[in-house]
Design a protein around this ligand. Sequence first.
Ligand code: CMX
Ligand code: CO
Length: 144
Amino acid sequence: MSDQGALPPGLATAIDHVGIAVADLDAAADEYRRALGTEPVHRERVESQGVEEVLFEVGGSYVQLLGALGPDTAVGKFLARRGEGVHHVAYRVDDVSAALEALRSAGVRLVDELPRPGSRGTTIAFAHPSGFRGVLVELVQEPR
Ligand code: CMX
Ligand code: CO
């Protein structure tokens, strides 16, 4: 493995979650609840991101089901264009500002120039799919 990566070893500490765009949040949550055999651990409406989320915990990481709050939101547009499915991969980092700066220095295209509030008191930022082989990337700093 190269040690020249944009994220220095130890900066991204885990996969925080995988975000999945769904058309019907209640139906999707019920389907996942049955399939995973576990109850969701969190539900939250995040107006600033145009989503309502349901989280299932799996081994210290999450599956994040994402319903769109409207057609002109990121997830609403994704559903119209691509249908339901994996929307983004979120990497857990200790310091989202530092991680964002590392990506910027490496010439990776960002969506967010600055960190912003996410759900559960997290701090988040997005990097563009063009830098990750077509996969939208989120950086997540868990609440301290
Ligand atoms: N993953 C991969 N590609 C994506 C994508 C995604 N999630 N969303 C859009 N695209 C692609 C489209 O398929 C399209 O590609 P083609 O031209 O090849 O068909 C291209 O991007 C443009 O599509 P668009 O609908 O015009 O999308 P925008 O450029 O307006 O926005 C993006 C794309 C990633 C910049 C926008 O979705 C964004 O800012 N995302 C970050 C915020 C977000 O996703 N919030 C919801 C989740 C919140 C959370 O996890 O808490
Ligand atoms: Co997310």
